[in-house]
Design a protein around this ligand. Structure first.
Ligand SMILES: [Zn+2]
Length: 104
C-alpha cells in the first residue's frame, strides 16, 4: 500500500487487509476474495472522498489488478499478480451489484 500512500503523499486509513477465509465469509466477502489471498486492501485517503481517490488512482501510472469504488464503504485495491488494471464500481453499497468503470 506504500505505492498508494506515495501517490497521494498523505495518510491513508486501511480498514481491511488480509482476511482469513472464516473472517472473509463473516464480513460478506466473496469466497474467492483477494482479501483472503492477502492481495487486497480497503482504505480511505485523508482529504479525499472515496470516489475522488479511486479516480486519482485510475488516472495514475499505478499498476494494480482491481480497483473498486465501494460506495458508502471504501476504496478497494488489489495487487493480485494478474494485474488486469480492472476498474469497477459498486454504486449500491455493500452486497450490491458491481459494474465496470467508475462512472455510469
Ligand atoms: Zn475490499
Amino acid at each position: 500500500m506504500e505505492v498508494v500512500r506515495a501517490l497521494f503523499n498523505c495518510p491513508i486509513e486501511i480498514t481491511s487487509g488480509y482476511r482469513n477465509p472464516e473472517v472473509n465469509a463473516v464480513v460478506g466477502g466473496v469466497p474467492d476474495s483477494d482479501h483472503a489471498l492477502g492481495h487486497a486492501a480497503d482504505f480511505h485517503v485523508d482529504g479525499f472522498d472515496d470516489l475522488s481517490a479511486a479516480k486519482k488512482i485510475r488516472d495514475s501510472q499505478l499498476k494494480f489488478d482491481q480497483l473498486i469504488y465501494e460506495k458508502n464503504r471504501c476504496v478497494d485495491v488489489s495487487f493480485h499478480p494478474r494485474m488486469r488494471q480492472q476498474v469497477l464500481r459498486q454504486p449500491g453499497g455493500p452486497g450490491s451489484p458491481i459494474y465496470k468503470n467508475l462512472e455510469g
